[in-house]
Design a binder for this molecule. Structure first.
Ligand SMILES: *Cc1c(COP(=O)(O)O)cnc(C)c1O
Length: 443
């Protein structure tokens, strides 16, 4: 139904080749994607197939150009194919792709990461955010000797069994698996609390004396963007410390993005274990987890917690990550991100007001997104009051006017330092048209 609806205000744009590839992709790929977030199931229609990207621009196979606000869900923070990054990758490529032994790059990269996160003395590189998080959970259990963990409803921590509970899905906040194929036993040690509700953590801590860790996205980005309220993180830090429970900061999204030192630098706290991903690889598959020496010494080969990876610390991925982080540190774009995001927030709110649409914009640094709801969005429950059909209309109008957005109401939009003034004009124009389209559709 959504597909047939083409508002008058929308440009003509052909998606013929994408559609053709989609049909071909369906044969041997599951839903023609390798990650379900890339499917367009919640906005209708077929996913776009991408040909290439450079700087802030992404180009689909039909030759349509878009301002990229997905940025591969965060990694290409300094833009696609930055000159210095490209050069570093090319240099590394000449030496070989993988050796099954440590290279100098891993030592350098480890220093860069530990310097950025004061709570980390040592780091272990892995190949994805999912891997970083499930390893961190294993580490917390190994270190404390306890099995239970607390997670927050709506926070996503990758797709490991124990963490697929209330993981930004529609499931209620019970300890029930959020996916088929996850045994009930795999999640029976996962307790659920509410984001921004410290009492819901205190309650679990009072009832259980065998909790290993509390894991949180300090700035939630997987139920749309949700900020912690003023004292929430500080109270969480104090509470876990007092209870002898580890605090795991899942900074896979926020690490190097909220600030170079992640949400921990912005919010002024230190987690016991930090998980990284996305930006850290600059577009190559890299994840990492790290902590103080006494905790990391539990990890094999120093300790008896096993965790391994054939391609972990891959030299090409390290080269890309390092070059990205180096450039990012030099650019220090965080103040500018804040100003640009504020500008786009203003565009969204103005256009919504003009068209009589209820809208909230949640924003933290270079992560933000609109929710089509009257209610203030502070947790998973309030996020779900958003009108996803309105979002779908908005999404397609934005696409057809040259802005590439995540195809879901519950994903953050991202900024790159490569964004230009012209891009901002494109975004502004698209927003005006898209809000009008939402209003037309509702009428
Ligand atoms: C993306 C994400 C993950 C999972 O990382 P993958 O690289 O997709 O496995 C985990 N936690 C958070 C907070 C994320 O945003």
């Amino acid at each position: 139904m959504l597909l047939n609806y083409i508002p008058k205000t929308i440009h003509k744009m052909s998606f013929k080749k994408s559609q053709k590839l989609y049909n071909q992709g369906l044969v041997h790929l599951v839903g023609a994607v390798n990650s379900p977030v890339r499917a367009y199931s919640s906005v209708g229609g077929n996913p776009l197939f991408i040909e290439k990207a450079k700087g802030s621009t992404i180009t689909d196979v039909d030759g349509n150009n878009y301002v990229d606000m997905v940025l591969s869900y965060g990694p290409t923070i300094i833009g696609h194919r930055h000159k210095k990054v490209q050069k570093a990758i090319e240099k590394a490529l000449k030496k070989g792709y993988t050796f099954g032994a440590t290279t100098k790059g891993e030592i350098k990269m480890a220093k860069m990461v530990c310097d950025a996160f004061p709570g980390m003395d040592k780091v272990r590189f892995v190949n994805s955010g999912t891997e970083a998080v499930f390893s961190a959970i294993r580490l917390a259990r190994a270190y404390t000797g306890h099995d239970k963990i607390i997670k927050f409803a709506g926070c996503y921590h990758g797709h490991a069994d124990a963490l697929l509970v209330a993981a930004g899905s529609g499931l209620a906040t019970l300890s029930l698996p959020g996916s088929a194929g996850v045994p009930a036993q795999a999640v029976e040690n996962t307790l659920i609390s509410e984001f921004n509700n410290i009492d819901s953590v205190e309650k679990h801590l009072a009832e259980h004396n065998d909790i290993a860790a509390v894991i949180i996205e300090p700035i939630a980005g997987n139920m749309g963007v949700i900020q912690p309220s003023d004292d929430f993180i500080k109270e969480l830090r104090d509470l876990t410390k007092a209870a002898g429970v580890l605090l795991i900061a899942d900074e896979v999204m926020t690490g190097f993005r909220s600030k170079y030192g992640g949400a921990q630098e912005v919010l002024g706290f230190e987690a016991d274990i930090t998980c990284l991903g996305k930006v850290i690889g600059g577009g190559f598959p890299v994840g990492a987890y790290g902590a103080r020496n006494e905790i990391m010494e539990c990890v094999s080969p120093l300790g008896d917690m096993y965790q391994a990876g054939t391609l972990s610390g891959n030299p090409i991925a390290m080269a890309c990550g390092m070059a990205t982080l180096k450039e990012l540190k030099k650019q220090d774009p965080y103040k500018k991100f804040e100003a640009t995001a504020a500008k786009i927030e203003g565009m969204l709110l103005d256009a919504a007001k003009e068209n009589g649409i209820d809208l909230q914009v949640n924003r933290f640094g270079s992560m933000f997104n609109p929710f089509f709801t009257k209610e203030e969005v502070v947790d998973f429950k309030s996020a779900q009051t958003s009108d996803t059909e309105k979002f779908a209309t908005f999404f397609w109008a934005m696409t057809k006017n040259g802005v590439f957005l995540p195809p879901s109401q519950f994903e953050s939009w991202f900024l790159t330092s490569a964004l230009t003034k012209k891009d901002l004009k494109t975004i502004e124009k698209a927003i005006k048209i898209a809000m009008k389209a939402v209003a037309e559709k509702a009428a």
